[in-house]
Design a protein around this ligand. Structure first.
Ligand SMILES: Cc1cc2nc3c(=O)[nH]c(=O)nc-3n(C[C@H](O)[C@H](O)[C@H](O)COP(=O)(O)OP(=O)(O)OC[C@H]3O[C@@H](n4cnc5c(N)ncnc54)[C@H](O)[C@@H]3O)c2cc1C
Length: 454
């Protein structure tokens, strides 16, 4: 049996960051991926990532062929298309990247730091001994050979498939299951338009529950005349197929007349708060496998890299202390909740609010500017959802007999703040986790009980 200090399953954005940090410190790391080396990084994705993630993590900006386009801001279109909020701010600068080349760079960084890549190798199961994860079983997809690998700590960074997390016994203490209504199934196309779009440096976001029930729609310009367009639909009830929604709504826009398809695909995005607990004896969960994704727009490259870095740092401390139990790895939960998880939880409430508003409600909010561009920007970055409710709006809504609409918006903004604060106060140790978890669950249930706002 091959022995390592750390096994990282999944060489995506999250796994590569975790592997690099741990290997940099001289530990023996095995990075396992089902894909061939040259295919790592290739993924159905919107390819957009904020500049601030690179600044926070100290990673070089994409350049050369890795960079498709620099973005300067975001335009948010109301469902009826009558209102567009244009938000241009340094905090929204970002990049459209070549996903494969970006992934290859992160992989190279991890390998250069000393990680051993086991390509074309499918992780099958965690190995459990005395309530500790002590390794994995895997299969070489080229030779069909079965492999047993052991380590002090295993990282599940296998993306949405969460190959190991789902197979952990409940005694390990990691949240293993999530509700699929909090997951979007996302369809994406890359198309070449007849002409380049007139203002390619804005990420265009279309708010429309009719187009993307429970989810989101985007239109990003890549280099030249290429665009990356898609929509995600929440897997709730009898949800429609995102590909059908895409063809019916997006492709009927005149802009796409004469366009040609370059690439298309569908995958899943866990658009919700992070897992309640991402650590167990000898195991940590990172990236999509831990639901580390922005719930509003599904962006998960930045959060997964943050999660990978937070996990990597905690793993180093635990191994140095010679204790890889759940308590020793607990600081990873706290680190992530502080770095991004609390924002994510607040945004999860914001997502539920958007769903309850429906298209008519969203049109109202944007038309009457119940939230300003600036506050929408702050809210989408994880800040408070400050509402712009003036005496004038109150008079107007009283006249329209819609004062209860305003009250419920206020309640929603207050809940968002409370949820974020609760995640910021994540328990210092596993002993006080259960009451914290119950309170978190009841707050989310409160948001889920909101009726459609009218
Ligand atoms: C259509 C779509 C559009 C998106 N658009 C954006 C966007 O514009 N911006 C953004 O930031 N995010 C976007 N996301 C989300 C983003 O892609 C993910 O959040 C991010 O890639 C998560 O990184 P990860 O490292 O957790 O997982 P991944 O990048 O998915 O990597 C997981 C790795 O694990 C490997 N693996 C899986 N199972 C096994 C196994 N059993 N054994 C071995 N290896 C395994 C896979 O081969 C893969 O390499 C989008 C997602 C979708 C579906």
């Amino acid at each position: 049996m091959k022995k390592f200090d750390v096994i990282v399953v999944g060489a995506g954005t999250g796994g590569c960051l975790a592997a690099k940090i741990v290997a940099d410190a001289g530990l023996d790391v095995c990075l396992v991926d089902r894909k061939k080396k040259e295919e790592i990084g290739e993924k159905v994705c919107g390819d957009a990532i904020g500049k601030h993630h690179f600044d926070d993590l100290g990673i070089d900006y994409p350049a050369g062929e890795e960079l498709e386009r620099r973005m300067m801001g975001v335009r948010i279109h109301s469902p009826d298309r009558k209102n567009v909020f244009e938000v241009k701010d340094q905090s929204l600068y970002g990049f459209i990247i070549n996903r494969r080349l970006f992934g290859q760079r992160l992989l190279k960084d991890a390998i250069d730091a000393g990680a051993t890549l086991l390509e074309s190798s499918l992780a099958l199961e965690p190995t459990i001994e005395n309530n500790f994860v002590t390794g994995i079983s895997a299969k070489n997809l080229k030779t069909e050979e079965k492999l047993e690998l052991s380590s002090q700590i295993v990282v599940d960074a296998s993306g949405y498939s969460a190959a190991l997390r789902k197979k952990l016994p409940s005694e390990i203490g990691v949240q293993t299951a999530i509700n699929i209504k909090d997951v979007c199934v996302v369809y994406r196309e890359i198309r070449e338009l007849r002409e380049q779009v007139s203002e390619p440096n804005f990420c265009e976001i279309y708010l429309s529950q009719e187009w993307a029930p429970g989810g989101y729609s985007w239109f990003f310009a890549e280099s030249g005349k290429n665009v990356n367009v898609g929509l995600g639909v929440a897997m709730s009830g009898d949800f429609p197929k995102p590909k059908d929604q895409f063809h019916k709504n997006f492709l009927s826009l005149p802009l796409f007349d004469g366009s040609s398809l370059i690439d298309a695909g569908t995958w899943y995005d866990p658009t919700r708060r992070p897992l309640d607990c991402m650590t167990g004896n000898g195991v940590v969960i990172v990236g999509d496998a831990a639901c580390q994704v922005n719930p509003i727009h599904g962006g998960g490259m930045g959060p997964s890299m943050r999660g990978g870095a937070d996990a990597g740092e905690t793993i180093l401390e635990a191994i140095e202390r010679g204790d890889v139990g759940r308590d020793a790895l607990w600081p990873y939960n706290i680190k992530y909740m502080h770095s991004y998880g609390a924002k994510q939880a607040g945004l999860d409430v914001f997502r539920l609010l958007l769903q309850r508003l429906g298209d008519a409600g969203l049109n109202y909010v944007m038309e009457h500017r119940l939230i300003t561009e600036e506050d929408l920007l702050k809210a989408s970055m994880g800040g408070d959802a400050r509402l712009n409710i003036t005496e004038k709006t109150i008079r107007l809504f009283r006249g329209l007999r819609k004062l209860s609409f305003l009250k419920r918006l206020r309640d929603a903004a207050a809940l968002l703040k409370r949820v974020r604060q609760h995640y910021e106060e994540y328990p210092a140790s596993a002993q006080s986790f259960e009451p914290w978890r119950r309170k978190a669950q009841s707050m989310i249930e409160e948001a889920e009980r909101w009726q459609k706002l009218r």
